[in-house]
Design a binder for this molecule. Structure first.
Ligand code: OFO
Length: 170
């Protein structure tokens, strides 16, 4: 059975994953319509799906451990961006916040001596290493590209190859 403290903290994480899914969906829509970048569009559609899966995994775990998973309300994410660079800066910022939140949860699970939750969270710890790594690599690449149109073309063309190589796509 989950303690009230752990249950609340896990439900906060549910809301955070849901917000990530929404944020990345908005980035996909921006890339598709405002920027016309097919690779980036696909990248964020998949990224958004992944975040929903992260949310679902938490929901199932909370309920399985005798808690009650709370489906959070939807807030509108940022829907428009000044540049492709801004999109990827937001992406990285987001992932860093998620990692911090997961780390805090891991700490809490130890404090509460909830070893099952501690064990469950290890998957998220590894996932965040991959996600942050991917976001940093893409930001570095974009920094090199700058405003160069052919560079952006190549970035867009290769982004999915890069994603599949860096992340397991979970
Ligand atoms: Fe679930 O936060 Fe990104 O991966």
């Amino acid at each position: 059975m989950l303690s009230k403290t752990i249950q609340e903290a896990l439900n906060k994480q549910v809301a955070m994953e849901a917000a990530s899914s929404q944020a990345y969906l908005a980035m996909a829509s921006w890339a598709e319509i405002q920027a016309g970048l097919d690779g980036v569009t696909e990248f964020f559609y998949q990224q958004s799906d992944e975040e929903r899966m992260h949310m679902l995994k938490l929901i199932r775990y909370i309920n399985e451990r005798g808690g009650f998973a709370v489906v959070p309300p939807l807030e509108q994410p940022i829907i428009t961006f000044q540049s492709l660079q801004r999109v990827f800066e937001e992406f990285l910022k987001h992932e860093v916040q998620v990692s911090e939140s997961i780390n805090a949860l891991v700490g809490l699970s130890l404090e509460e001596m909830d070893f099952a939750t501690h064990n469950f969270l290890q998957w998220y710890v590894s996932e965040q290493i991959e996600e942050e790594n991917l976001a940093r690599t893409l930001n570095d690449k974009l920094e090199l590209v700058g405003d160069d149109k052919s560079g952006i073309y190549l970035f867009d063309r290769d982004i999915m190859v890069h994603r599949n190589a860096t992340s397991k796509g979970e």
